[in-house]
Design a protein around this ligand. Structure first.
Ligand code: AMP
Ligand code: GLY
Length: 417
């Protein structure tokens, strides 16, 4: 099987690594990839995933059997629709189903039509309407850009001036969603889906805020754990009954055949689970802690998704825990420099950890240099979260480049005494 993975983050390095372990793989390409994927696959640096013609031409040229779409933008832009027309198998939903992520307004309507519990919300298209609503509002609100924003389209400050400023700027180009603030434990649940049947993967959690103790700005994600010890079978049953099942029933009722992975961004509140959002792709950095725990052949699993053979798939999972820490550039999530040489990287044994590249590239002299805000996800693996934590942070201390920093408390809120 020849696979083309689209994307350049830690998620795509983890996907390429997992594919590279599959017995089925006879060719592996990543576009554009990073310095990590370069070591295990062929990077197609010049291929733009938003250029459907170029992706199709590359698939023909390299005789690609499956295209695995990592990020959301090509999905929202209709790449899978085009690949389907060309009879090229793809992992990822078509553009209409991708609206579950690309339009929060569409997602909220979907949730309301299918009785899926979520925060109460209102949508605004004009600033005066939004301003009038905020003036009379008594409860804490989260203000969101309706369209795609790479994790940075949400403001959960309760400072009214900041909310109005954020809303005014979003409304210049997009609609605005204002919803009730929910408190609880945030979870990321992934369901593989082959158009008819689905298969749940272990529950993960992402640490979205820039700084320790969940302070600071929202980021793409500063770390992740999998599985989440506090999610007992009873909790997962509730999430499945109230959120997962109604979602797949709703997709079927609306004629939206979904093939790929659906990501449920959940808040486990005192009143039960609430759905914050759908994403139509794997999460980053959740993928980096999830994939090391899958023991089944990944090529087989992906083939089952794209060929509609997920029913009764014998999914084998490890009993280990994984904890991932993002190492970022100085300044992230605001502006940061790139091109900084990476002086050293740890090389943990695969049974104890992994170093996934994100924003990195190879310089002209073969030196790894930084190329983004989130540069690496360093994963520790062990029989429990504490061991995984120790192994992850031991390796993090060996990632050296000027300005490298990470959160120091990833996973701590889940440690069991
Ligand atoms: P979203 O893009 O909707 O997932 O929002 C990004 C992040 O903002 C989420 O992962 C949460 O951490 C936070 N967030 C979004 N909506 C809410 C809400 N209603 N209550 C509390 N936090 C939220
Ligand atoms: N980790 C959050 C995301 O991928 O959107």
């Amino acid at each position: 099987m020849k696979v083309l993975v689209l994307g350049s983050g830690g998620r795509e390095h983890a996907l390429a690594w997992k594919f590279s372990k599959s017995r089925l793989i006879s060719g592996l390409y990543v576009a554009p990839g990073n310095a990590g994927t370069e070591e295990i696959a062929e990077n197609l640096v010049g291929l733009n995933a938003l250029d459907c013609d170029a992706v199709v031409a590359t698939c023909r040229d390299k005789k690609i059997d499956v295209v695995f779409v990592g990020p959301e933008e090509p999905l929202a832009a209709g790449l899978v629709d085009r690949l389907n027309e060309e009879k090229i198998p793809a992992f990822g939903p078509h553009a209409q189903a991708a609206m579950l992520e690309s339009s929060k307004a569409f997602a909220k309507k979907f949730m309301a039509s299918h009785g899926i519990p979520t925060a109460q919300s209102r949508e605004f298209a004009s600033f005066p309407e939004f301003e009038a609503h905020m003036k009379t509002r008594r409860t804490r609100a989260v203000v969101k850009k309706s369209g795609l924003a790479a994790g940075k389209g949400v403001l959960d400050s309760d400072n009214r001036d900041e909310q109005l400023k954020f809303g005014r700027s979003v409304l210049k180009t997009d609609r605005l969603v204002v919803e009730d603030y929910l408190s609880g434990t945030e979870l990321s649940l992934f369901a593989l889906c082959d158009g008819v049947d689905h298969l749940l993967l272990p529950v993960a959690a992402d640490f979205k805020k820039a700084h320790d103790n969940d302070l600071g700005k929202n980021t793409g994600g500063m770390g992740a754990v999998c599985p989440v010890p506090s999610v007992e079978a009873r909790v997962l049953e509730g999430i499945t009954r109230e959120i997962v099942e109604p979602t797949f029933k709703g997709l079927a009722e609306q004629g939206l055949a979904y093939r790929g992975v659906l990501y449920f961004g959940l808040m486990q509140t005192a009143d039960g689970p609430r759905l914050l959002e759908y994403n139509v792709r794997f999460g980053d950095p959740e993928t980096q802690v999830l994939l090391p725990l899958i023991e089944s052949d990944f090529g087989n699993l992906v083939e089952a998704v794209v060929q509609g053979r997920l029913k009764d798939f014998p999914l084998h999972l490890s009993n280990n825990s994984a904890l991932g820490v993002v190492v970022a550039s100085k300044g992230y999530p605001d502006s940061y420099k790139t091109g900084i040489p990476v002086r050293s990287l740890p090389t943990p044994h695969e049974s104890e950890g992994m170093v996934f590249h994100a924003g990195t590239r190879l310089g002209g002299d073969g030196q790894i240099v930084t190329a983004g805000g989130r540069c690496f996800t360093v994963v520790g693996i062990g029989p429990n979260l504490l061991t995984a934590d120790m192994r992850a942070y031991d390796a993090v201390s060996k990632v050296q480049f000027d300005g490298a920093w990470s959160r120091k408390d990833i996973g701590k809120k889940f440690f069991i005494d």
